[in-house]
Design a protein around this ligand. Sequence first.
Ligand code: GLP
Length: 242
Amino acid sequence: MRFINLGSRQDAAHYTAIEMFKEIHYNHCTLLGLATGGTMEEVYAKLVELLTLNHTDITCLETFNLDEYFMLDQNDPNSYMSYMRAHFFDKIGMQQSQFHLPDNDGIDVEEDNEAYDRAIREKGPLHLQLLGIGENGHIGFNEPGTPFDSKTRLVELTETTIAANSRYFDNEDDVPTKAISMGIDTILYSKRIILLALGEKKADIMAKLYAMSAPDESIPASSLLNHPNVEIVMDDAAACKI
Ligand code: GLP
């Protein structure tokens, strides 16, 4: 696991976008694992710019998102589907068949989750999995205590995650308390992982992660110690307690 401090927020986000761009531009049919959250907004903006400027052929690109709120309408502005359409999919003209988010409609939940994992297993491994991190160390919506062999499934969000994500909703009571998340085992089934952490709110968890020599389920991101190709990209603010 390589920790990289790139200084400014913009440089860290742009580095991540450039690495994603190279995977898409220089491979024919790239498979990407995608993440949402405030951190990723600058990444997608730069990635869209690079793909557009370089006339990259994206007709064979296929993506799998980490997570989606449970039973939140896909057209709700706070759904991760809406986020991805607004920041990436619609901006580069991806077809619906090219992008996948966990099915969150509450019907056939287990079957749908198994099908999501199966699709990743059959098509994968993903060339690059993009990750953010929660203040409590969650990746996707895999909260502390999640077994490292977990697959895509319905999860309960912790109070800290609900509070952190409430900034996007009118009030905290509107934040869904459940989500469908790729499991940790699913996330690790990728050739390469970039975790991007920006801002001082991520400084404590970055310092904890940096100090760990062995994976521990109390910090889901420490599962990445089991993966051979992980970069943890930070700005000065996220790296300031290391
Ligand atoms: C949510 C997402 C995570 C993301 C986290 C951090 O909980 N499920 O995948 O890493 O938010 O988001 P932000 O970048 O807004 O801090």
